[in-house]
Write a protein that binds this ligand. Structure first.
Ligand code: SF4
Length: 357
């Protein structure tokens, strides 16, 4: 049981905007309602970043609703807020403190778009607010899943809802009209990224009604986290100590060739089960102004390009998306983009070149 602390030093709910739109969540702000996470999943990067154990304490921001109101009033109305950062907005503390609900209430009053990433069915407690926000603007939930087997789940994340409960959550959200994606992460080499494990998860996620899949590989940002993961892997299975070291070479991210090969496998299996990779345009059509809509379409395509190894195109797409989001309209570049047919009606016809809306 963590201790709960009121953090009087925290002065911002949402922090500063990201430099580019996060294509995984469509968001430009990454926020944590709570600091610290009672779930304490073994693979969480939070273990390697905080001085104290991740699940030892949970910090609550005082007057969070008032702060949220003031900050949202200064934001661009199309900047999606992602409650996705380093702590689960529906960890058990939410049952008692309702800080996430108070933030969502503010977003609902201001009709401000939001995306929540969670492992918890408690998000359904706020279905009324999510439906209100989605009716007026855009609200989406991304359900995070790591494995279909109880054994792996138990070793990696023993305090969260089961695979079956999370599939049921996906179905409940879909039925309630809320766009719902699944984040399959972290992918841990040879544990949950084999063709068999991927197929098991993807086919059930697709059957549950998910709108799209996002995935990413385990990251180990520092030596502390690498040592911790080595200990965890010994508990998960009979892996030699060199196993992660060879694939990560003492870096934070996995070997690029291994990543490309596994990305191709996930793409193929998603294709087999007709599960979209990244956010399909119909999910957010008509929800944002022209520049943000075009920027989001291009950002999603860049993400797909990156998955398929088209790194140069992915980088160019990210830059193009950011330029459009900022109000520029480089018409010739837009015309040659592969998704142009999706957004041509949104491109301004007068002032072609680099018109600013
Ligand atoms: S629920 Fe998310 S933030 Fe919390 S410990 Fe698990 S991975 Fe980390």
């Amino acid at each position: 049981m963590p201790i709960f602390l009121v953090d009087v030093n925290r002065s911002s709910v949402f922090g500063r905007p990201l430099q580019t739109i996060d294509d995984a969540t469509m968001s430009r702000y990454h926020a944590a309602v709570y600091e610290g996470c009672e779930f304490g999943c073994a693979y969480c990067e939070g273990w390697g970043l905080a001085a104290r154990p991740l699940n030892e304490s949970v910090r609550l921001m005082p007057h969070i609703a008032q702060h949220a109101q003031a900050e949202v009033s200064l934001m661009h109305r199309d900047d999606v807020i992602g409650l996705v950062a380093d702590s689960d907005a529906y960890q058990p503390a939410e049952q008692r403190y309702r800080r996430t609900r108070s933030v969502l209430t503010v977003l609902s009053e201001r009709s401000h778009p939001v995306v929540i990433m969670t492992k918890s069915p408690f998000v359904l407690d706020d279905l009324d607010l999510l439906q209100q926000i989605h009716a007026a603007r855009f609200a989406m939930v991304i359900v995070s899943i790591v494995s279909h087997t109880a054994n792996v789940q138990h070793k990696f994340e023993d305090k969260v809802a089961s695979f079956a409960q999370r599939l049921a959550l996906v179905t409940a959200l879909k039925t309630a009209g809320i766009p719902v994606g699944v984040a399959l992460m972290p992918l841990v080499p040879y544990i949950n990224d084999t063709d068999y494990a991927l197929t098991q998860v993807i086919q059930q996620v697709a059957a549950a009604g998910a709108d799209f899949l996002y995935w990413d590989f385990l990251r180990m940002p520092n030596l502390r986290h690498r040592n911790r993961m080595n200990d965890v892997m010994v508990r998960v299975g009979n892996y030699p100590i060199s196993y992660l070291r060879e694939l990560y070479r003492d870096g934070a991210t996995i070997d690029s060739r291994y990543r490309s090969e596994r990305n191709a496998a996930v793409l193929r299996i998603c294709d087999d089960h007709r599960l979209p990779v990244r956010l399909p345009y119909p999910l957010f059509r008509g929800r944002f102004g022209p520049s943000y809509t075009v920027a989001q379409i291009i950002a999603q395509q860049s993400s797909r390009d990156e998955l398929q190894g088209r790194d140069v195109l992915a980088t160019q797409g990210t830059q193009l998306a950011e330029a459009v989001r900022a109000g520029e309209w480089p018409i010739e570049q837009l015309k040659s983009h592969p998704t142009y047919a999706l957004f041509r009606e949104l491109v301004p016809t007068s002032g072609a070149g680099t018109a600013v809306l």
